[in-house]
Design a protein around this ligand. Structure first.
Ligand SMILES: [Zn+2]
Length: 167
C-alpha cells in the first residue's frame, strides 16, 4: 500500500485521477492512520477532524504526511501558526505521551537522519532550516503526475479525458 507524502503522490501513482479526490484521500488517510482515535493534542473525541501542520506552514512546514496530524478544530485554531512545543507544553491537556506520539509519527513517516536532527533541534527550541530542507526534499511529490496530464491534454486538446484534470 502506498504511503503518500502528498496528494500529488496519489495522482502520480494513479490511486486517484482527480486532484480533488486525491486531496480527499490524502486527508482521510492521515485522519485514519494517526495513532488513537482522539485529538492528537488535547486527547478529546470529536465529530469532525482537522489536519494541523506540526511545523507551521508560515514557518516553512510542508503539506506532507509527516508534518500533518489529526486534531480538533479548537486545538488547530488555538495553535494557529505557533511553534509546536511553545504552544503545546503550557496547555493543561499536554501529556508527554501525546507529545512523543507526534514525534514518532514524524519519524515513522519520514525515516531519515535529517528528521532526527530536525527533531533534536525542535526539542532545543530551534527550527533547523537545513534539516527541514533535507526532509522536505526527500519527501517532495513527484511532479511527473502533472507533466503527464499536461502533456496528455496538450496532445489531445479535444479529448473528453481532459476534463479529469479540470483543465
Ligand atoms: Zn484538541
Amino acid at each position: 500500500m502506498l504511503v503518500a507524502q502528498s496528494s500529488e503522490d496519489l495522482l502520480y501513482n494513479l490511486h486517484e485521477i482527480r486532484p480533488k479526490d486525491a486531496v480527499r484521500s490524502f486527508r482521510k488517510s492521515i485522519i485514519h492512520d494517526y495513532p488513537g482515535k482522539r485529538c492528537a493534542y488535547c486527547g478529546m473525541p470529536a465529530h469532525s477532524w482537522t489536519l494541523d501542520h506540526i511545523i507551521p506552514k508560515s514557518k516553512g512546514g510542508p503539506t506532507r504526511r509527516w508534518n500533518l496530524l489529526r486534531c480538533c478544530a479548537r486545538c488547530n485554531g488555538n495553535k494557529s501558526n505557533t511553534d509546536l512545543l511553545p504552544w503545546y507544553r503550557p496547555q493543561m491537556f499536554w501529556t508527554e505521551d501525546r507529545e512523543n506520539t507526534v514525534f514518532t509519527w514524524m519519524r515513522d513517516n519520514a525515516s531519515m537522519d535529517a528528521m532526527l536532527v530536525l527533531q533534536e533541534a525542535i526539542l532545543d527550541g530551534v527550527l533547523d532550516q537545513d534539516a527541514l530542507s533535507d526532509v522536505v526534499a526527500a519527501t517532495a511529490p513527484d511532479h511527473k503526475a502533472d507533466l503527464y496530464w499536461e502533456g496528455y491534454c496538450s496532445l489531445n486538446p479535444s479529448s473528453p479525458e481532459c476534463l479529469i484534470y479540470d483543465c
